[in-house]
Write a protein that binds this ligand. Structure first.
Ligand code: BGC
Length: 760
């Protein structure tokens, strides 16, 4: 194993692998033609494992699908040798790693982030894993392009469990079609630090919203007969020094925020796997943290799947195994020969190894990968594109619309200036292991900016056939302003790029895009800004522009979705899943905590081997995450959590609260405008004074679709836990008796209905 393998390298190696496997395929063809040995050798390599035929023997009593996953796993476990057990608790390397750091049978992989050997003689298949946050990674290497859904943060802005489900189902189907049986998606780290370079992969700052949506996404993804995953467990809330940082946080804050998101997601999805994180939490690395893995995840929450380490996140054998890590990825530094020796020496009890193996087996049965043998196929490409379009249309948040500038009336618009560095090329996407390859482009590098066609220019030309659509990159602000001045409307597409492996230096738009917006807005008041960002951005120009649409990373049909919203074919219905602050100075930590001098904490380093945390981030804002911070500290924000506009208007009335084990909340929402639309009706609670909580928390919501003039009564029952606190003294959830205020409305800062409720 190479110490401290640099992740940048992985990309180079990954590309090498892509080429290598292509040449193996070529070799097969050439060999067939010549009838030479090369063919036989390749076939042999592809069809044997440890010298055994890879084809699974399916003639066993545990192949009876009417037995429970637990019964079936127990039956298989009894038949297994020690070596076979060890095979199931570690990975087999990443594609493209050099031979000397690669286990002997790379040909068995499928080009994804890794794979776990099966036990063919017992009918247990290989687990083929692929990253798949917003679409299947590594697909171009597999000969086809995957559908890119909007970024996960964008999907969170839909606040719609059904949209999240559709999102997950597309990915699950495409994983199967490409020969993968396990996803490495499911990110649900809470946005404590909006400069975190992976914010786009997560679902915002509220644990109930994030947990509910990721849970639904993963439930539907896993329903496609792939092993689901929720990650990165836990408090992996920044990339800077992620392999060495110790996240310090009090237990109550941990349980009520970051862990609550995981608890909800795991409860809804019942995922086959949970990925432990790189960072340490309160002194112990995520992948050897007994409190996280065993006490909370497995015992308290009853998680039945297996814990998989993040790639290079394992740092010990005996300690990690005892803490509850079940599977080391991507290789076998600690859970290969060393684990076998520890079992033989009695340092790791056989019963403990059996428990890891049982969890892997059980998951394979539960998630359907044994009963539904892998068969590559062609997914419903058109159908999946239609789904990503719909999800993005529900995810783009209209932040400003002065004087009803939007929707644009197609017939009246004769000329449109489309301005922005890449507006003639495509829409931005998020990078790192989440990256999806863009059609027509080569397989994307580890940290490369990837623009998804089609371009905003082309989408707008199609939507506004009667208008002259002209493009300017904005590289010269004067020429951009001149074009804006001579056009009816100016639309500026600006971006902020994020990637795993780095954090943002600040929340400003990069490459002088603020200057472009200022210049264009000064030239034409009918300036519309379309944001392609993976987190909040500051907007020094906000008072000068006419409209702002936050499109996030918009996916394979992003430009079409934006055009449909701009021209009014679609009425926006999304709301912010995170606060947009006025400036970094208002964040709980105005300065990002970086590793100190001499500490090798660059996020790009995958630190393998034994390790210790070298610096810490103290999340001393504790319970006050996101809007809870701004509320408690009385800081005004640019756009609050839960905020978003529509082309119609809604009114709220008739709040009733029925206290109980599950508190019932009902109210009426009316569409008072002149067109149909969707409203996310939000319910917040203020806990009794003595509870020691921030001013309010989200406890429920409903996305309501209403025709013009229509009213609907909304009824919700609020889970008791969402009204409770985590009591450290009794180590459990506790409802604080007293007077609660329930607040209802269309944003965390616009809550027209309030009612009191006494809870016991
Ligand atoms: C990331 C994981 C990812 C894994 C495999 C790691 O660097 O943190 O999210 O699943 O790589 O690619």
């Amino acid at each position: 194993m190479v110490e401290g393998m640099v992740r940048m390298k992985r990309n180079e190696l990954g590309r090498f692998a892509g080429r290598a496997s292509a040449s193996i395929r070529f070799g097969v063809l050439a060999g067939m033609a010549l009838g030479c040995l090369a063919y036989a050798a390749t076939v042999f390599a592809q069809h044997r494992m440890h010298g055994q035929p890879v084809k699974e023997d399916r003639n066993h009593p545990w192949m009876n699908a009417s037995l429970s996953p637990d019964e079936r796993a127990a039956m298989v476990l009894k038949e297994m040798t020690l070596d076979e057990k060890i095979d199931l608790v570690h990975g087999m390397g990443m594609p493209g790693w050099p031979r000397e750091v690669q286990n002997p049978e790379p040909e068995l992989g499928n080009g994804g982030a890794g794979f776990v050997l099966g036990v063919p003689r017992l009918g247990i298949p290989i687990i083929q894993m692929s990253d798949a946050a917003y679409g299947v990674r590594s697909s171009a290497e597999n000969g086809r392009y995957s559908t890119a859904m909007p970024s996960n943060l964008g999907a969170a802005a839909s606040w719609d469990p059904e949209a999240a489900c559709a999102f997950g189902a597309v990915i699950g189907k495409e994983l199967r079609a490409q020969g993968y049986s396990m996803t490495l998606g499911g990110g649900v780290n809470i946005t404590r630090e909006p400069r975190n370079g992976r914010t786009f992969e997560y679902m915002g700052e509220d644990p109930v919203l994030a947990g509910t949506l990721v849970g639904n996404l993963m439930k539907c993804e896993q329903a496609q007969n792939v092993i689901g995953d929720i990650k990165h467990y836990a408090v992996n809330d920044q990339e800077s020094g992620r392999n060495e940082v110790d996240s310090i946080i009090e237990k109550r804050a941990l349980r009520e925020s970051d862990l609550l998101a995981f608890e909800i997601a795991v409860g809804i999805a019942q995922p086959g796997a949970v990925m432990c994180s790189y960072n340490a939490l309160n002194g112990e690395f995520g992948c050897e943290n007994k409190y996280l893995l065993t006490d909370v995840l497995k015992k308290e929450w009853g998680f039945k799947g297996f814990v998989v380490s993040d790639w290079g996140g394992t740092h010990s054998t005996v300690k990690a195994s005892a803490a509850g890590l079940d599977n080391e990825e991507p290789l076998d530094e600690f859970f290969g020969e060393k684990l076998k020796a520890a079992v033989e020496a009695g340092k790791v009890p056989m019963s403990e190894l059996d428990e890891h193996v049982r969890r892997v087996l059980r998951t394979e049965f539960q998630c359907g990968i044994v009963d539904h043998p892998m068969q590559k196929g062609v997914p419903d490409v058109e159908g999946n594109l239609a789904t990503t379009l719909k999800v993005e249309e529900q995810s783009a948040v209209l932040l400003k619309n002065a004087g009803g500038l939007l929707p644009l009336k197609s017939a009246a618009v004769k000329s449109i200036a489309v301005i922005g560095p890449h507006a003639n090329e495509g829409m931005m996407s998020g990078s790192g292991s989440a990256q999806v390859d863009a059609p027509g482009r080569p397989s994307a590098g580890w940290m490369a900016q990837v623009w998804f066609p089609q371009s905003p220019v082309a989408a707008l030309e199609a939507k506004f056939p009667g208008a002259k659509v002209q493009f300017d990159s904005g590289a010269n602000t004067e020429s951009a302003a001149a074009l804006a001045k001579s056009s009816d409307i100016a639309i500026v597409f600006v971006y902020q790029w994020e990637s795993e492996g780095m954090d943002l230096p600040n929340l400003s738009l990069p490459v002088k895009q603020d200057d472009i917006i200022e210049a264009v807005a000064a030239a034409n008041p009918k300036t519309i800004v379309v944001l392609e960002t993976g987190t909040a951005v500051t907007m020094p120009w906000i008072d000068k522009v006419g409209a702002v649409l936050e499109a996030w990373y918009a996916g394979s049909k992003g430009a079409d979705a934006v055009a449909n919203i701009l021209n009014g074919d679609v009425n926006p219905s999304a709301k912010l899943p995170m606060t947009f602050p006025k400036s970094e100075a208002d964040l709980p930590h105005p300065k990002l905590t970086q590793p100190g001098p001499g500490q090798t904490g660059e996020a790009a380093v995958m630190r393998t081997g034994e390790a210790k945390p070298t610096f810490s981030v103290k999340y001393d804002e504790g319970l006050k995450v996101g809007y809870k911070w701004y509320d408690a500290e009385k800081k005004t924000v640019l756009f609050p959590f839960g905020y978003g506009l529509s082309y119609t208007k809604f009114s709220y009335s008739g709040l009733k609260v029925a206290p109980g084990k599950e508190t019932g909340v009902s109210f009426t929402v009316k569409n008072t405008g002149s067109r149909a639309g969707g409203e996310i009706a939000e319910v917040y609670a203020a806990l009794p004074g003595g509870a020691g909580e921030p001013p309010k928390r989200l406890v429920g919501w409903s996305k309501v679709w209403l025709k013009a003039g229509e009213s609907k009564e909304v009824s919700l029952s609020i889970d008791g836990k969402y009204l409770s606190i985590y009591d450290e003294a009794s180590d459990g959830w506790k409802l604080v008796p007293g007077s609660y205020t329930i607040m209802v409305g269309g944003s965390s800062q616009e809550l027209p209905l309030t009612a009191k409720a006494e809870l016991k």
